[in-house]
Design a protein around this ligand. Structure first.
Ligand code: NDP
Length: 528
């Protein structure tokens, strides 16, 4: 993938380590310290460095953001929306370079990187078009009709910290940052140490789109130092990552009395009913389980198939999976790319080996493929998995899925819900109304019918997030914007203080107020 002579360059646009390291020059840490090397999973070579920021650096960056935020909050929301629309256009126009950077940092297949690049303009357009109405001042019912009124206004919280993971470094940083900026906040983003360059490239595109200086900044370094310092320096934190880290983030946000949203892990079920078209369901299973080599928080890791469809589904699923090509090219072609690094590869291998030792059958995959790339692992299908084993209960976050037969729909629903997680699920059926009824029974933030995850994620107008151990709060939709504002109620009385007027006895006033509130309750109940 890299040139064999001369300094290495990568991708269609010829990315060079110097260029990537230059992107990081927008971060100005105080004092000299060792830079953090960033490696590509494609070859395991170093592709550039970023500064290891300290807590003092984060404080300084947050102060700059706070200074820039007040005039941004005063800028009309339509002007803010126009900047974000321009940014969405730039992401689309510069997609070749962005695709190269995402692939270089993550090792994912190009068509999986494209999903990230396409997502950002959609998010920008949605919030640019709908944000002004979602955040518009609104009249609410007053305490007593004709006597008092009330209205609500929304103020940006101030500086928002976005802590993003390595698996979708472009989408997951921007899907939280775009609505925060539209709402009039500044954003400080802390990307994962392994994937910092895409966030830096986006910072430069935001600047080109006209975002004033200081409003979107990136800090790099390890999570416990830089992430933690960021939570201490902001008014809200939007976090995406593992459940245990999410608990730490929530504890710290709770101590600081700031809001947070957490999108965490999942052990996502896929339910195939007896009337499902098995070829369609198998295509969906391949797409869901092996997109980004399974390193997708929404990916199905457990598939429950009605026993009447179990064998034909397995034949179709295994057949399609064995045809998948593994590869590392900066071009559309290979179906599946690499895992993120050696530690993650070891974890995935350990899950599969443990399952096989406990009696699981390996129907496809199950092998590390160093001949393709240092951290490549084959798409893997397991059956006969002990439902209490680690692989059945814990998030694998790799290209590994277990398939189980079930006798009844009710059994599938019960097993789908038998987990502390609740992020995403899918139901497969020819009868969409029945799919809807089953979806209502599944305890997940998103349930997709006849699609593994895209139809839910790409519905930007609809909230996205998890039940239980899968997180708190929602991104996307009005909920994804309103998390970044403080609501202020302004209420006016037309009669002065709500108290007995001079000369009226307290007993008469008590009787009057009791009658009035009773009438009001009746009217609220009867009036449409
Ligand atoms: P983490 O939760 O460790 O990391 C996510 C982000 O949080 C990174 O930017 C990380 O920084 C940062 N971070 C780490 N510790 C802290 C802290 N104490 N305070 C603030 N920020 C912190 O996820 P991993 O990358 O290690 O992945 C672990 C598991 O999480 C995966 O195997 C998967 O199960 C799940 N996951 C879920 C994702 C989702 O989309 N819902 C995405 C990624 C992971 P840094 O890494 O630079 O130290």
């Amino acid at each position: 993938m890299a040139r064999t002579t001369g300094p290495p360059v990568y991708g269609e646009t010829g990315l060079a380590p110097d260029h990537l390291t230059d992107l990081a020059s927008r971060i100005e840490p105080t004092g000299d310290r060792s830079p953090i090397p960033v490696r590509t999973p494609i070859t395991d070579d170093e592709i550039g460095t970023v500064p290891s920021c300290t807590a003092a650096d984060v404080e300084r960056v947050a102060e700059r953001a706070r200074a820039a935020q007040s005039s941004w909050a005063e800028t009309p929301i339509e002007t803010r929306a126009a900047v974000l629309e321009r940014f969405g256009d730039l992401v689309s126009d510069r997609r070749t370079e962005l695709l190269d950077i995402v692939q270089l940092e993550t090792g994912k297949a190009r068509h999986h990187a494209l999903e990230e690049v396409l997502d950002v303009p959609l998010t920008c357009s949605y919030y640019a078009a709908n944000g002004p109405a979602i955040l518009a001042d609104a009249d609410r019912s007053g305490a007593i009709p004709f006597v008092a009124d009330a209205s609500v206004t929304y103020d940006p919280v101030g500086v928002v910290g976005v802590i993003s993971p390595w698996n979708y470094p472009l989408t997951l940083a921007m899907t939280d940052a775009v609505p925060a900026l539209l709402a009039g906040n500044a954003v400080v983003c802390k990307p994962d140490e392994r994937t910092p360059f895409i966030a830096l490239a986006l910072a430069s595109l935001l600047e080109e789109a006209g975002l004033p200086d200081g409003l979107f900044q990136v800090v790099t370094g390890d999570g416990p130092t830089v992430g933690s310092a960021l939570i201490d320096a902001v008014e809200y934190v939007a976090f995406t990552g593992g459940t245990e880290t999410g608990r730490t983030v929530a504890e710290q946000a709770g101590r600081n009395l700031i809001g947070c949203s957490l999108e965490l892990g999942g052990k996502n079920p896929m339910v195939v009913l007896e009337d499902a078209d098995v070829e369609t369901a198998a295509r969906g299973a391949v797409k869901g389980a092996f997109t980004n080599a399974g390193q997708l928080c929404l990916a199905p890791e457990r598939i429950y198939v009605h026993e009447d469809r179990y064998e034909p589904f397995l034949d179709a699923f295994v057949g399609a999976t064995r045809k998948l090509s593994l590869g590392l090219e900066f071009a559309y072609g290979p179906d599946v790319g690499s895992l993120i690094d050696g530690d993650h590869l070891e974890l995935v291998e350990a899950y599969v080996e443990g399952a096989v030792d406990d009696g699981a059958s390996l129907l496809s995959g199950g092998r590390h493929r160093p001949d393709v790339g240092p951290f490549c692992y084959e798409p893997t299908i397991l059956t006969d998995v002990d439902p209490d084993s680690r692989i059945a209960c814990e998030e694998t976050f790799g290209p590994v899925v277990s398939v189980y037969p079930v006798a009844e729909t009710s059994e599938a629903i019960e097993r789908a819900n038998d987990t502390p997680y609740g992020l995403n699920a899918s139901v497969w059926t020819e009868d969409r109304a029945r799919g809807r009824r089953v979806a209502d029974e599944i305890d997940c933030g998103t349930v997709c019918i006849n699609d593994p995850y895209t139809v839910g994620w790409a519905a930007v107008d609809a909230p996205m997030g998890g039940f239980g151990d899968s997180g708190l709060g929602r991104r996307h939709g009005p909920e994804g914007l309103r998390r970044y504002v403080d609501a202020r109620t302004i209420a006016t009385s037309r009669i002065g203080p709500f108290d007995a007027p001079p000369g009226v006895s307290p007993g008469w006033f008590a009787a009057f107020m009791t009658g009035l509130t009773t009438l009001q309750r009746r009217l609220v109940r009867w009036l449409p």
